[in-house]
Design a protein around this ligand. Structure first.
Ligand code: RIB
Ligand code: CA
Length: 323
């Protein structure tokens, strides 16, 4: 039986890989993509989500456009990392088939959670504005969900926007604070996702004679040389795809529950995830964080999905050489 998953996303190159893998897995049923500001303004992340669906012929998956700014701080986007428009790659023209549904993403999250009561996994791989708004609309949201998995925070390592804060939490710290406090999330943070990459040799072996191969190549290599050097890694971190890999294989992550909170101050504490590892607060655990990942399993899951897409596309092209 496949597990219903709703992806709240800000595509984004690593989001694109996450979406691709989630759509390809027979053990997941992607019931929608909700979009949020983040790697680019929401008008662009929404177009990017649609483009990814168009690229792989999955316009049957509904898209709901969401928040265009954080709850309490000004909008901050990351085109300098993910490319102009928030994503790299080569996409077909958008069609009416991928047009967003007539509901705000936060409303759509609540609707889907009710429709799949107790069964839905919400995988949030962008800033948490939509999730916080959904929680405000429906305080029972955590109970309606099977699980809320979040790419966010840097539990036991440095941040990528400030020394303490990871981008998704830094972008909307107030939303992150509420979601961490009230939704018992499973956090997959930067300290673990930073090494979730596909080896350069494998990336270079991707066929580049069709748009899908070329786009996937761009998504797996979106860091520039300075970023690779800064983080001491060989190929770009595909942060968000680690969340999806963990959904399909519970051996991918080692996790631990902690009392946790997120800083919202305007200075150095903004978006900082604090895990009370020594139990000094005396508070009960309110969620889990990933401590370690099995990157080999991650790579196998990602590579296998990409390979299956490429095989399918190749087979379709040889059946219809004019297309
Ligand atoms: O810090 C990594 C996260 O922020 C990912 O979700 C990525 O898409 C980025 O923008
Ligand atoms: Ca993202």
């Amino acid at each position: 039986m496949s597990r219903p998953v709703l992806l709240d996303t800000d595509p984004g190159c690593d989001d694109a890989v996450a979406i691709l893998v989630a759509l390809e897995r027979a053990d997941l049923e992607v019931v929608g993509l909700t979009t949020v500001h983040g790697n680019a303004p929401v008008s662009e992340t929404t177009e990017n989500a649609r483009s990814i669906l168009e690229l792989v012929d999955r316009t049957d998956v509904p898209v709901a456009k969401g928040a265009d700014r954080p709850l309490n701080v000004p909008l901050r986007t990351s085109e300098h990392i993910h490319g102009e428009g928030g994503i790299r790659g080569e996409f077909p023209a958008l069609t009416a088939a991928s047009r967003p549904v007539d509901a705000h993403a936060a409303r759509y999250i609540v609707e889907r959670a009710r429709a799949h009561e107790g069964e839905l996994t919400l995988a949030a791989i962008g800033p948490l504005t939509n999730v916080a708004l959904a929680l405000a609309m429906e305080p029972e949201l955590p109970d309606l969900l099977d699980e809320l998995v979040v790419m966010g925070g840097a539990a036991f390592g440095p941040g990528n926007v400030t020394p303490l804060a990871e981008a998704n939490f830094h972008t909307d710290p107030h939303a992150a604070r509420r979601v961490v406090r009230d939704c018992s999330p499973a956090l997959v943070g930067l300290d673990v996702t930073a090494n979730a990459a596909v080896p350069p040799a494998e990336i270079e072996s991707l066929p580049r004679d069709d748009p899908l191969g070329r786009s996937v190549h761009e998504w797996l290599t979106y860091y520039d040389d300075a970023q690779l050097e800064q983080y001491g890694i060989e190929s770009a971190a595909i942060h968000d795809a680690l969340v999806i890999a963990a959904l399909v294989d519970d051996g991918v992550l080692e996790t631990e529950r902690y009392p946790m909170a997120v800083g919202t101050d305007s200075d150095i504490a903004r978006g900082a995830l604090v895990c009370d590892a020594n139990g000094v607060t005396g508070d009960p655990p309110n969620g889990s964080v990933a401590l370690e990942a099995d990157y080999e399993r991650f790579r196998e899951i990602v590579s296998a999905s990409i390979e299956r897409y490429l095989e399918r596309f190749e087979a379709e092209a040889s059946e219809d050489p004019v297309a």
